[in-house]
Design a protein around this ligand. Sequence first.
Ligand code: PMP
Length: 376
Amino acid sequence: MPVFDNWIAERTKGFDSSGIRRMFDLAAKLKDPINLSIGQPDFDVPPAVKAELIRAVENGKNGYAATQGMPVLRDKLQAEIDQQFGHDDRETFVCSGTSGGLFLSVLALVNPGDEVIYFDPFFVMYPAMIEMAGGKSVKISSYPEFKIDIEKVEAAITEKTKMIILNSPSNPTGICPTANEIKAVAELAYQRGICLVSDEIYSKFTYDQPHVSAATYNPDTIVIDGFSKTYAMTGWRVGYVHGPSKLMQTMLKIQQYTFVCAPQPAQWAGAVALDTDMSGYVASYKAKRDRMLEGLKDDYEIVKPGGAFYLFPKLPWGTGQEFIEEAIANNLMVIPGNIFSDSDTHFRISYAVDDAVVERGIETLCRIARGKVASA
Ligand code: PMP
């Protein structure tokens, strides 16, 4: 055993990312796969946003940004947030992607041994970031309908509960909890003095109802949103956080000594992005969702999602591993549900792909579901 095996810190040992890496390694080997595994938009950054990034770089906006974000972006965000919520004490800062904001919230608030409640299925980063902070994950199953059962949340609260994380629209299910479900969690957290962190990165991708922020019902909510998905800027690393100023100042202090800032040119571009109409892109994703649901309805059980760009169907047969192997044998990539869950009963489809790929995906998925039935 090499000596450096002993150097690795305990906090890194409770989680791994090998499942996802294995998927991407497999993907690299397939030729022209039907790739429904990707968690980012298939459209490119809008032209005006790209042009502003280039302009910023050429105009020398290449140094460190202010820790809290460049005024060109931050002031605009603050004005939008003030108008939307009208809270006395709701301050924003720009962070290094939504991931950066999530991580800062946990580092700022979770003490070793503190419990953090979130819903299963969940975004893959949650267990890892909680573990890194020394916290303990308390997962609440939302199967089979992916609804929030407030009684289960109440029952999960203990003296050690520090935080509840809510994600709407959700990755991996695409589900948007109803306004009543969100209100119930927000009010419960408020009454019980528990910090609510609301991951709203897919907030602009809602298809049936307008997005509902948990902060509407709980002024102490920490909201984390970002530019990655809305403007297809996943590689530019810009997100933002808003919440009570004391909490924001603490998170900023950690940002200063960790991420430092979000990339400056991308912040100038982000300010232009806020003025860019994305409704055409969102409408096209709604159409893709509807086409997928229609195409798969005879062969898969799927809870209709109201947002993001994912479906989370039930496996038609076998384990996740068996199903994924069959998918790969058919040149199709989807993600097994157990990457996002303690259960191995579903899989994730991303429909953020060209319409032709949606069609190939439907055809192949139906064939896989039926093939096994025929051979069983
Ligand atoms: N939260 C959720 C639910 C996500 O799906 C993602 C990206 N897949 C993130 C946060 C992180 O996004 P980013 O860091 O690119 O802003």
